[in-house]
Structure formats: C-alpha cells, structure tokens
Design a protein around this ligand. Structure first.
Ligand SMILES: Cc1ncc(COP(=O)(O)O)c(C=O)c1O
Length: 392
C-alpha cells in the first residue's frame, strides 16, 4: 500500500539529522541552561548556537531571537505584546482577513480589550494591495501584521512593499512567516520586518517549538511572568532539545533551500497541470505564480473536499481541505470566502502541500488516483452536472 504525505502545511516529518542533533539533549546533556555547572553550560551553549542559526536564517542579530512554544505563541506575543505595551501611543492595528486564526482570534481578543482592528480585504488571488495598507494607516496605528504566505492557498504577499509603507509612518511591521520559512528567502532588513513568527514543525523540526524575531528597541509586553528566560519575553525553562531541533532544521532548510524549492516547484507544477488537464471542473485557488513552492489548492465542482480527502486517504494519499486547525470543523474556509468564492465552491477545495521529502513519482500516483476518485464521487451524485464550467 502506498503512503504519500501531501499535508506538509499541517506538519512535516522530522529530518533524521534534526532528530540526531536533538537526542543528546534528552539523554546526556539534560542540564537547565540557567544552571552554572557544566550540564547547564552545555545546554546554554546549545541554546545560543540555535539562536545564532535562527538569526542567520533571517538576517537578524542573535539577541533579537526569542524561543517560544510555536507559531501561535509567537503571533500572540507579537500582537498582544505590541498592543499592550504601546496603548498610550494608539489603539489601532492593521491586518488582513486571510490570516491564520492565531492572528485573527488574537485580534478578536484585542477588540474586546478596546483595540480597533482593520481587516484588509484581498483580491481574487489572495493578494493584499500595499496601497490599502497605506490608506488604512492613521494616527492611532501601532502595528501592521500581514502574513508572508498563506497557509491554505499559498499566496505570497508583497511584504517588503507593505513593510516600507508601515515604516514610512514609523509603524512596526509583523509578519507571520510560519509557512514561508525555508520555502522562500526572508531577510528582516531587506523586507522591512520588525517582528516575525516561525514554527519548527513546518520545516522538518519538532512540534511545540517556535521563534519570534523582535527588532531591538521595540517595546513589547510579555504574556506570562516568571523567571528571566528569553529576557522575560517568554519566561519558563527552555525546551532545549526542541530548540536545538529548531536550530538544526532552520540551518539545514536554509542551506538546502535553493535545491529543495526547485524540486518542490517542479512537483507542484506537474500536480497543477496534470490535474487540471485530466479532471473536468477543476480550478486552482490562489495565485498562479506568486505562490509557495509547496502549495497546490484546487476546487472541484460537484464534489465535497471532505469526501475527496477520505477517498484519497483510502488510496494511501494524505491531503486536506484547508488548514489543519479548521479541517475537523464544517465551517467554510474564511480564506476562500475572502477570495470571493461561494460556500458551494469552497466545499470542493482540496489542498496538497509538499515537502522536500516528496518526489515526482508520488505526483504521478496522485494523478492516477484523482481521476478515479473524482469520477467515483461524481457518479454517486448523478443528478448534479460535472461539466467543466471553467472560470479561467
Ligand atoms: C500561517 C500560520 N500561522 C500560525 C500557525 C500556528 O503554528 P503552530 O502550530 O506552531 O502554533 C500555523 C499553523 O498551521 C500557520 O499555518
């Protein structure tokens, strides 16, 4: 039985080299990095090497990197941290309506706390217009937060233009780069980024560990209080093996990025062209070219995405209807809605997300399976037409 994993935007398999780097920090080098003895020193040095590697991957300084428990916590510290520390300056935040729930639900909480949030719309391909950021900026604006690339449809945002707009008005710019890290170049200086969130399990590192880049000099209030770890921004004894894993994964991901991005892009293109030419009534969601190298998101007419996922699973292929966090809920995707799709169109969505561990043979297996699966499902609903109805 084949076992193909095309759900790498939900999470990835750990790279064996990353696991190998982590193991000693469970087995023999298990000290607390705050301790003064040899065990502590070893752990502290490992932490600092991971910080150095993370900083280098982003063009940042090591002392601008804070380790967290993942993308969600990094996003929360960025938004709540800036909001509560800068309340005297203003109460307005700008974001987009296709952000991950880690941003959107934090914004909803901040609205309850009296902040005003502007949710910028996107175009049909999922792009934020930098001019709309400019138009939304006011005297009260204290933060702009726009994701680097979308987790559902893969659209890559013009973050350097958006960063520039924010900076022209002296406003810090945060980007959720959870899906973008190691899939596209990121440079906090060139892209005008002041805060950036990332998460290790999206690039072959361990789950439950992330990082936040905070430009020096920013005023940020922590979410929790305790010991002085991570300069008080994220107190609690550090997850040393996890952080070592993050450091190893980002180091490998950046060193091998050019080659792996090229490979994923070829598989992505084969999946897009192959599926659209062999299955009637299939459209691509998101931007045709400004998209992550590892993202494919289709919508199929007259087929439910959930049924597709289950049938494909039966064929040994793991895919998803949208983001991992919402795939067990029956709510229509807020991202597809923001792109202007109807509820019926959104229900036919299927996301395939690749990693460096996929190969072209797996794409060919998928292409064989998808024709059979879609035809089988449409045959079960003969009253509905399966005509092509192309909107291209
Ligand atoms: C864009 C984006 N932001 C944030 C997160 C949350 O990351 P984590 O699962 O590490 O908390 C995800 C996870 O899917 C994501 O795709």
């Amino acid at each position: 039985m084949v076992r193909i994993f095309f759900d790498n935007s939900a999470t990835t398999r750990i790279d064996p080299r990353v696991l190998e780097a982590m193991l000693p920090y469970y087995e023999s080098m298990y000290g607390n990095p705050s301790s003064l003895h040899q065990f502590g020193t070893e752990a502290h040095e490992a932490l600092e090497q991971a910080r150095e590697r993370t900083a280098r991957a982003l063009g940042a300084e090591a002392d601008e990197i804070y380790f967290t428990s993942g993308g969600t916590e990094s996003d929360n510290i960025a938004l709540q941290g800036i909001a509560f520390a800068n309340r005297r300056k203003g109460n307005h935040i700008i974001t987009s309506n296709i952000e991950h729930h880690a941003i959107l639900r934090t914004c909803a909480f901040l609205e309850d706390q009296g902040f005003r949030i502007t949710y910028l719309p996107v175009d049909r391909e999922g792009l934020v217009d930098p001019e709309s950021v400019l138009a939304a900026i006011g005297k009260e604006t204290i933060l702009v937060s726009i994701m680097a690339a979308n987790n559902e449809v893969g659209t890559i945002q013009p973050i350097s233009e958006i960063g520039l707009m924010a900076h022209e008005h002296g406003i810090p710019f945060h980007t959720d780069a959870v899906q973008a890290t190691t899939k596209m170049p990121l440079d906090v200086a060139k892209d005008g980024i002041d805060l950036l969130s990332l998460s290790a399990h999206k690039f072959h590192g361990p789950k439950g560990v992330g990082a936040l880049f905070l430009r020096k000099g920013l005023d940020v209030r922590p979410l929790a209080y305790g010991g002085g770890q991570e300069k008080g921004i994220r107190p609690s004894t550090e997850n040393v093996p996890g952080i070592v894993g993050l450091g190893a994964a980002i180091y490998l991901g950046i060193s091998e990025m050019d080659e792996e991005v090229g490979k994923m892009t070829s598989i992505r293109e084969r999946l897009i062209d192959g599926t659209m030419s062999s299955v009637d009534g299939c459209q691509l969601n998101g931007h045709r070219t400004r998209r992550l190298c590892n993202n494919v998101n289709f919508r199929f007419e007259n087929v439910e995405g959930e049924s597709l996922v289950l049938r494909l699973d039966h064929e040994g292929i793991a895919a998803s209807t949208g983001s991992a966090c919402s795939s067990r809920s029956s709510e229509a995707s807020h991202v597809l809605k923001a792109l202007g799709l109807s509820a019926a169109q959104s229900r036919g969505a299927l996301r395939l997300s690749l990693s460096k561990m996929n190969d072209m043979h797996e794409a060919e297996v998928f292409l064989q399976a998808i024709v059979k699966v879609v035809e089988g499902l449409r045959a079960l609903a003969p009253t509905r037409s399966s005509g092509s109805g192309c909107e291209r």
